[in-house]
Design a binder for this molecule. Sequence first.
Ligand code: FE
Length: 182
Amino acid sequence: MLTEKGYIEEQTLNELIDTYENKIGPRNGAQVIAKAWVDPEFKKWLLKDATAAIASMDFEGRQGEHMVAVENTPDVHNMVVCTLCSCYPWPVLGLPPTWYKSAPYRSRVVIDPASVLAEFGVQLPEQTRISVWDSTAEVRYLVIPMRPENSDHLSANELQELVNRNSMIGTALATPVNGVST
Ligand code: FE
């Protein structure tokens, strides 16, 4: 409709879509997480000022102006939602998945996060408490998942492959290292 009415050019629209589908996406976030896993100073910075730490890797722009990183530990598992609509950190995760925008996820994750997690196939240890972060038009959250066991020998590049999109929203854990029993 916008192109028909001449408000925007089709090429501009296509470039925008291509940017968010292919150039900007969860691979950016995965680079941030892998760097935090291998570089304690960077992780400190990320936890203190995520916007600046992420911008230092050239991931910045709309919907990423005020980033907050939250770290998963054996004691706490973080999950991100936008109860109001679908606010999401575009520069590091790209466009939100459909379920993130769905009413059931948005309402249920704040009421019963453990059962939502279970539906995503994640069972947390008894002692792990769940923190749910509600995004706003201002603040966007990035979950730092726990580094998988037996990944000490992996480089940052290899570690990136273990950082799946959902693990940065908190509806999954990082992908386990293949073929290594824990
Ligand atoms: Fe929103």
